[in-house]
Design a protein around this ligand. Structure first.
Ligand SMILES: Nc1nc2c(c(=O)[nH]1)N[C@H]1C(S)=C(S)[C@@H](COP(=O)(O)O)O[C@H]1N2
Ligand SMILES: [Mo]
Length: 258
């Protein structure tokens, strides 16, 4: 009966063990570095969508975030925190003046509301002031990294739409706003436009808006970053395709939700 004797496991010396582990660790290190480099190269050479300055893979991440924010964890009822009047800053920071060059024709200014099918409303500031006024004190946040608790007053976009019989636009996906000179423009998803805290705003600290803060009318939309709070509204329109958006065209998040 010939039984094979069990092969004795070859004992490794400590030095050989260390050598083996070092080679293994170094190979893993090289693989990770190589992977990171390839990934970066892929991202760097990835194309942009037409008219977009964000690379497509990065834009897809932003769009995935938007989906989570608008349909997922954060419900449509999501509201910005409100503060007491006493918390509002007296000296309010000014930021951004695209579309604000030149003065406003105070007497001639009208809010142009493009309803569907070429039918347009022209409203005066008095028309807007005749509607119920809503005051809000909230923490205004700019993507540049600053924030300030400030006090604004105006008419809710939702009330405005109901009052002017624009119910049909609620079925569309977006509201677009443009300054009178076309220099600044934003697109807002309808759900956020109709949110109870979103205002067509004509007052700051109980006074008419200063020129550099959007006189005669601006958007206040507390569930979004400052870039969406367009100052000096000229035209309002509605559509199912995303309206042009100044900062989204320059690579920022279109949704810009908080
Ligand atoms: N017309 C116009 N609106 C604008 C901007 C702009 O450049 N032009 N900048 C936006 C940005 S980035 C911010 S943070 C807020 C600042 O509002 P404030 O000047 O009242 O602080 O306005 C927004 N609305
Ligand atoms: Mo901003």
């Amino acid at each position: 009966m010939s039984r094979r004797a069990p092969v004795a496991k070859k004992e490794l010396t400590v030095a050989a063990l260390i050598r083996r582990k070092t080679i293994f660790s170094f190979s893993v290190f090289l693989l990770l570095i190589g992977g990171a480099w390839l990934g970066w190269r892929w991202l760097y050479h990835a194309p942009n969508a037409p008219g977009d300055s964000a690379r497509q893979p990065l834009r897809k991440v932003l769009q995935a975030n938007e989906k989570v924010f608008s349909e997922g964890v954060f419900s449509p009822a999501h509201k910005a925190k409100e503060y007491p009047l006493s918390a509002a800053a007296k000296k309010v920071r000014v930021n951004g003046n695209y579309g604000l060059k030149g003065t406003v024709d105070t007497a001639g200014w009208r809010l142009k509301v493009a309803r569907q099918a070429g039918d347009t409303l022209y409203l005066t500031l008095q028309d807007l002031k005749a509607l119920p006024k809503r005051d809000i004190v909230f923490d205004f946040k700019c993507i540049e990294g600053w924030s300030q608790v400030t006090h604004w007053g105006g008419v809710r976009v939702a009330d405005f739409i109901d009052h002017y019989g624009l119910q049909a636009v609620k079925g569309l996906k977006y509201m677009g706003l443009i300054t009178p000179d076309g220099g600044y423009y934003v697109g807002i998803d309808m759900q956020s436009a109709l949110q109870e805290q979103t205002l067509l705003c004509y007052e700051m600290n109980g006074e008419p808006l200063p020129l550099n803060q959007g006189y005669p009318l601006r958007l206040i939309i507390p569930v979004k970053y400052g870039i969406k709070h367009l100052k000096r509204i000229g035209t309002m329109y509605f559509s199912n395709t995303p309206p042009r958006d100044y900062w989204a065209e320059r690579g920022y998040d279109y949704y810009s939700g908080l």
